[in-house]
Write a protein that binds this ligand. Structure first.
Ligand code: UDP
Ligand code: MG
Length: 332
């Protein structure tokens, strides 16, 4: 009997009761036409609605379904990490539950993986149903991070992608708390390829991202991949000091030539304000890094699992057999 390869589909779900049944149906239809075994790993990320109940129902009806129920809401990046660590497949596909990542693209991803690529990511050509502001800020963000970090993170790319077993193993060695997954996917290297698609608006339910969260996401992205802001504050400091020095010389000369009639209040107050501002910004940047160092040094586990119910599928691959010996809830 020649064994079919197993592909894991990792789906983080936080309050997705409105869309999950539809998602499962759509993806099952796509998968049924593929000559592989599949396991669909749903990670319930501490949902407050009936997401867990629905996953349990899906699991009763479909032997491909794996359930990971996290002990609380940890956020998408961590939910994804839990899924990647538990996934048993020879390849792993990461996809959102809200049908914004079209399951119809999965055959294309699988094909490129079979062609030997380790990471095949879906790159969108359009964003329907998203505000101009969100589109521009997203675009701007990718541009900035591209510029200042040494890792090329592909633009207009979400987490939707297929990863080979060795790419997943590589990702599973990362122990950091602040996980900017898009960056980590790029950081591991190996052969990567883009597949293009159009991004649809969310199918049902609400997006869990507000601008404050997106801002923090961007901060994580920047601070975990580059120390450029620290350098910028150094140069800003040098520039202000140099300007102050030049201005100081000018003042001395002016006083020597014209005497000192004691005006200068406006220039004084402007300089004090500029210096104070620059210092506060620089301290703030330091603080962003320091805070992250603080979080990392605690070396807390990334998540806890409330319940883990593997599918009847996941025992069938070599990767799964390897996993059982090193089964752990968090990296060492
Ligand atoms: N998600 C999660 N934990 C969270 C927030 C989101 O697991 O704390 C999941 C969510 O259920 C969805 C995916 O992450 O499957 C993407 O979330 P969302 O659609 O809200 O983000 P967007 O598409 O706007 O980037
Ligand atoms: Mg979405």
């Amino acid at each position: 009997m020649d064994q079919r390869q197993l592909i894991s589909i990792v789906v983080p779900a936080f309050n997705e009761e409105a869309v999950l049944p539809q998602f499962h149906q759509t993806i099952s239809e796509v998968l049924s036409e593929q000559p592989f075994d599949f396991e669909i790993v749903y990670i319930n990320d501490g949902s407050s609605d009936n997401t867990l109940g629905i996953i349990n129902e899906l699991r009763q009806a479909d032997k491909q379904v794996t359930l990971i129920d996290l002990s609380r809401n940890f956020g998408k990046e961590i939910a994804l990490t839990a899924g990647l660590q538990k996934a048993a497949g020879d390849a792993v596909i990461v996809i959102d539950a809200d049908l914004q990542d079209p399951p119809e693209l999965i055959p294309d991803l699988i094909r490129e993986w079979q062609n030997g690529y380790d990471v095949v990511y879906a790159q969108r050509t359009h964003r329907k149903g998203e505000s101009l502001f969100k589109r521009t800020t997203a675009h701007f963000f990718y541009r900035i991070i591209q510029r200042i970090s040494k890792i090329a993170i592909p633009e207009d790319t979400g987490d939707f992608r297929i990863l080979s077993r060795r790419a997943v193993n590589a990702l599973n060695t990362f122990g950091e708390q602040h996980r900017f997954m898009k960056g980590l996917f790029a950081w591991i290297g190996y052969s990567q390829k883009a597949v293009h698609y159009q991004r649809d608006p969310r199918h049902a339910g609400e997006t869990k991202w507000n601008y404050w969260k997106l801002w923090n996401f961007a901060l994580d992205g920047i601070t975990s991949f580059t120390t450029a802001p620290l350098k910028i504050s150094t140069y800003l400091g040098l520039f202000t000091a140099a300007s102050a020095f030049v201005y100081g010389i000018y003042m001395v000369i002016e006083t020597l030539i014209y005497g000192n009639p004691v005006p200068g209040y406006p220039s004084l107050i402007v300089i004090i304000l500029i210096l104070g501002g620059v210092q506060l910004v620089a301290i703030g940047i330091l603080g962003e890094y320091l805070g992250r160092i603080f979080n990392e040094t605690k070396r807390r586990p990334l998540y806890f699992i409330n319940e883990y119910l593997p599918s009847q599928q996941s025992g069938s691959s070599q990767a799964a057999n390897d996993r059982t010996t090193e089964d752990q809830t968090y990296p060492q």
